[in-house]
Write a protein that binds this ligand. Structure first.
Ligand SMILES: *Cc1c(COP(=O)(O)O)cnc(C)c1O
Length: 380
């Protein structure tokens, strides 16, 4: 059933480290499907930091944070994140998925209503379902549609959105959402997994709009993307963080992150925020990619972030495109329903600061070679 619809997912074993060159099945590929936007996952300074962290703290936390698993490395990272992002306090989780389950589950009441963007990440959708509250999905990135929905509701309201949408690379209209939150007395929560470390000089989507952190009172950032490590944090007012410590089940009942990884993530945060050259390189690469598409007469995504989707439509077309690119040594994966809406199967291309100009040119050449797979209307 899934196979006939070209929807089967396959797991491939990569050899050696994450990076712009990745080995699968004994062959080397230029890798365009990693969220390691700054090339930190295999960065020498972070490898050194991890070894140092292991020497200091061993390999595992050994317990949940509320038992004995919380260390000075965790605490320091929370303080650094809160200071950097301009929130009162931060709380670490083992992953972004768990942070979303924890923050929604820990804060949202059964009698509340959650308004969420139609294209939000799956972890937010699951979190909202699990919370058992009423929920309303509004049209993607559409404040007017949201305003209509908010006006109809008398319950305490939460507005939940991705900062950067993970399959389209576009941004949530945060200034308008923040305004609606004030007008309708709702609380705005932003999941900035893809914006953190990348946009706003590293501080993320909220900062990229020039908004004060209190305009988005609760923020979630992850470390597995631009920071190159693993884990996540929820940031917000001290009273909210205290509530989460008492009520977020994925915090309370989960073994704390290995402290060595919290230590390494502190180092990654310093690198990502101080080394603006990494971001300059990333945005130069994005520009190069888009200019290459344009010069080749190929469709150019609207996205200004490292996530550059090329929509092909049918799942079979996206799979054929990924297979043809693979033949040319280019590793790009087809993203299909239900991850994206039916009829919008796509190549989700991710650009990194670690790519060379030559690697990006090879990608453009490959895309040119599969031009017949692009929808009629988008072909030059
Ligand atoms: C990746 C991602 C998550 C999950 O984060 P993990 O740390 O990988 O569990 C949550 N939200 C968004 C928008 C993401 O892209």
């Amino acid at each position: 059933m899934l196979r006939t619809a070209s929807l089967v997912r396959t797991l491939e074993v990569g050899a050696a480290a994450q990076g712009p060159i990745r080995q699968f099945d004994g062959h080397q590929f230029i890798n365009f499907c990693s969220n390691d936007y700054l090339g930190l996952a295999n960065h020498p300074a972070l490898k050194t930091a991890l070894v140092e962290g292991v020497e200091k703290f061993g390999v595992g936390a050994g317990a949940a944070a509320l038992l004995s698993g919380y260390s000075e490395a965790h605490h320091a990272l929370e303080v650094e994140l809160a200071n950097y992002l301009g929130h009162e306090r931060a709380l670490l989780f083992s992953s972004g998925y768990l942070a979303n389950l924890g923050v929604i589950g820990g804060l949202v009441n059964r009698h509340d209503c959650v308004f969420h963007d139609r294209l939000n990440h799956a972890s937010l959708i699951d979190a909202i379902r699990l919370a058992g509250a009423r929920h309303v999905r509004y049209r993607h990135a559409d404040p007017l549609a949201l305003a209509d929905r908010l006006a109809d509701s008398a319950q305490p309201a939460w507005i939940v959105t991705d900062g950067v949408f993970s399959m389209d690379g576009d941004l949530a209209p945060l200034p308008q959402l923040a305004e609606l939150a004030v007008r309708y007395d709702a609380v705005l929560i932003c999941d900035d997994a893809h914006g953190f470390g990348v946009l706003g000089n590293g501080a993320g989507t909220v900062a990229s709009f020039g908004l004060e952190s209190r305009a988005v009172p609760i923020q979630m950032v992850t470390f597995g993307k631009a920071l190159g490590t693993v884990g996540a944090a929820v940031l917000g007012p001290a009273v909210v963080i205290e509530t989460l410590i008492q009520s977020a089940r994925t915090f309370i009942y989960d073994t704390a992150l290995p402290p060595a990884l919290a230590w390494t993530t502190s180092c990654a945060l310093r690198l990502a925020t101080r080394e603006s050259a990494l971001r300059t390189q990333l945005f130069a690469n994005i520009k190069l990619f888009k200019a290459g598409l344009h010069a080749a007469g190929l469709p150019v995504p609207m996205s200004t972030t490292p996530i550059q989707p090329l929509v092909l439509g049918e799942s079979s077309a996206a799979l054929a495109a990924a297979a043809a690119l693979r033949e040319r040594g280019l590793y790009v994966r087809a993203v299909r329903p239900p991850t994206v809406p039916i009829g919008t199967a796509r190549l989700r291309i991710c650009i990194s600061a670690a790519h060379t100009a030559l690697q990006i040119e090879r990608l453009i050449d490959g895309l040119q070679a599969i031009r017949p797979l692009f929808p009629e209307a988008s072909r030059a």
